[in-house]
Design a protein around this ligand. Structure first.
Ligand SMILES: O=C[C@H](O)COP(=O)(O)O
Length: 248
């Protein structure tokens, strides 16, 4: 179906200049699969620094942004600012933003809409908690979260990557099995076919995130509806290169 494999590294609130230099040197050394797209999500304060040392072939993402271009929003950054320092992606709706910072579907959608209008590409995150999975609500939750994004994305799907990240698998070492991840990705694609369009469903890239490592990446990457990863902890380590190369 020609969906380019896309691997995001979400550093979260980690890294200092020394560690960043090491990570970037490791990525430069690679070698990286030329058929994989790579985006690194860095803390806002290091966006400009990372842009100054990273090869242009690697995309740089902020991990959050606000929903308007400027104004009295102490502590926030806007898509315009992210673009101004040369970054062209933003990760939105991550489960840590949703749970720790209380971001609801509507706010995530407003942020997605504004980021896209401003010309950023968006990695939009969705995923269920353990409680929701155990209650049999996985599909209900990811469909609800995705539904909220439909009007925000409009006809901008080419600039969106969806990241399915079951909350119970994030930072826990408990990866979803390839079958569990594939099942949700396939149902999501099916849902998008009916609720967005068959073309969008066939072309949108859906990443899996949650305890991805070099050891489990190849098996996950072999699943037909998994088009890449959003990697947390392992994106800070040399094994990130092997994860990027997992679909080779
Ligand atoms: O955005 C990345 C996810 O939260 C996954 O994090 P993790 O790979 O450390 O489990």
């Amino acid at each position: 179906m020609g969906r380019k494999f896309v691997v995001g590294g979400n550093w979260k609130m980690n890294g200092d200049k020394n560690q960043i230099n090491e990570i970037i040197n490791n990525l430069k050394k690679g070698p990286l699969d030329p058929n994989a797209e790579v985006v690194i999500g860095v803390p806002a304060i290091y966006l400009a620094y990372v842009k100054s040392i990273v090869p242009d072939s690697i995309g740089v993402a902020a991990q959050n942004c606000w929903k308007v271009p400027k104004g009295a929003f102490t502590g926030e950054i806007s898509p315009a600012m992210i673009k101004d320092v040369g970054a062209n992606w933003v990760i939105l709706g991550h489960s840590e933003r949703r749970t720790i910072f209380g971001e609801k579907d509507e706010l995530v959608a407003e942020k997605v809409a504004h980021a896209l209008e401003s010309g950023l590409k968006v990695i939009a995150c969705i995923g269920e908690t353990l409680e929701e999975r155990e209650a049999g609500k996985t599909e209900e939750v990811v469909f609800r979260q995705t539904k909220a994004l439909l009007p925000a994305i409009g006809n901008n799907w080419a600039n969106v990557v969806l990241a399915y990240e079951p909350v119970w698998a994030i930072g826990t070492g408990k990866t979803a099995t390839p079958q569990q991840a594939q099942d949700v990705h396939a149902s999501l694609r099916n849902w998008l076919s009916s609720n967005a369009s068959p073309d969008i469903a066939a072309s949108v890239r859906i990443q899996y995130g949650g305890s991805v490592t070099a050891a489990n990446a190849k098996e996950l990457a072999a699943c037909p509806d998994i088009d890449g990863f959003l990697v947390g902890g392992a994106s800070l380590k040399p094994e990130f290169v092997d994860i990027i190369n997992a679909s080779q």
